[in-house]
Design a protein around this ligand. Sequence first.
Ligand SMILES: Cc1cc2nc3c(=O)[nH]c(=O)nc-3n(C[C@H](O)[C@H](O)[C@H](O)COP(=O)(O)OP(=O)(O)OC[C@H]3O[C@@H](n4cnc5c(N)ncnc54)[C@H](O)[C@@H]3O)c2cc1C
Length: 339
Amino acid sequence: MFSIEKNKDLTALNSLAFKSSAESYCRIEQETDLSQAISFVKKNNISFQVLSGGSNLLIAEYVTGLTLHMQIKGRKLVCETNDELILRVAAGENWHDLVSYTIKQNWQGLETLALIPGLVGASPVQNIGAYGKEIKDVLVKVRAFDVKQLDFIELDVEQCEFSYRDSYFKRNPGRYIITSIDIKLSKKFTINKNYKALELYFSENNITVIKLKDIFNGICVIRASKLPNPDKISNAGSFFKNPCISHSEFSALSIDHPEIIGYRISESEVKVAAGWLIENCGWKGYQSKGVGVYHKQALVLTHSGGANLGQLLRLAEKIKNSVFDKFSITLEIEPQHFP
Ligand SMILES: Cc1cc2nc3c(=O)[nH]c(=O)nc-3n(C[C@H](O)[C@H](O)[C@H](O)COP(=O)(O)OP(=O)(O)OC[C@H]3O[C@@H](n4cnc5c(N)ncnc54)[C@H](O)[C@@H]3O)c2cc1C
């Protein structure tokens, strides 16, 4: 039943574990809760924000207005043929549990997106991606509440205007509240070039006939060896986006820094590994007063306790400045300010 809590502690609900509380908070367990919550917001002329798994947030110490915690559960097979199927998944389902479920069914499409923290409803917001795949590659449509029209709408993949860690939803904050997504998965397994990163895992584990579950297991092993588990070390994943620069800029940088890591993403652009840039400015493993740079992956900033968001942002600023001074590249922060 829809109810509002006052002064809700959000410290355990953000993966950076910053001390935080919400002025008002409600759980959204069904779509009707959402209509009620938005009516409450409009009637009282207050602000609102949408919270899912809290794994991509820079949370304020005091979150004003109403915090809507998305907890709508459920998944449903919409249609299927011999080759493929469409699955509808509610916003409050855990992302990794969804990936595990599809692998158990032997449905291909999500295997490289294993172990990404958070809930399903947030996945289109920043077009989650890993190992060459993004949610846009399997997404059919998104169902969302349009706060302007005060009605539920559906957006197909074109309308979501996805790009690298970006979408129509991210560019229109506060307008759409995603309640479910439809994804298309394949029943026929095909191996493709995106699994290059797994070659070492396959050879070390003597896997010669590769199955779908081997890819999923490999991704889980590789990610667990490189990225900190937020339940043990507080973090928000990649703190900066990988910057995209022109081929000519990349060639110029390669003269002074032949080891620079970049991936061609289009005729005109190269995506540079931000972790490499940060590591080469000497930040990897840096720790000071509760905030730091993860010792195995310089792209991840961590909070070991007792610090606040301001301290983390000051560290991020220092990192940005040193990367700019050395490479003339401006890093952009990936997690979202909340509110
Ligand atoms: C260890 C670690 C590894 C990570 N690895 C990856 C990775 O490989 N690839 C990647 O892309 N990301 C990665 N991330 C980032 C993060 O997991 C994803 O961005 C994830 O989708 C965030 O989900 P969430 O439920 O935690 O969203 P939250 O952090 O709660 O919210 C993120 C943003 O989306 C908005 N939002 C959330 N749900 C909804 C909704 N239903 N409707 C409208 N707006 C909504 C929020 O208001 C907020 O602005 C990683 C994070 C961590 C901690």
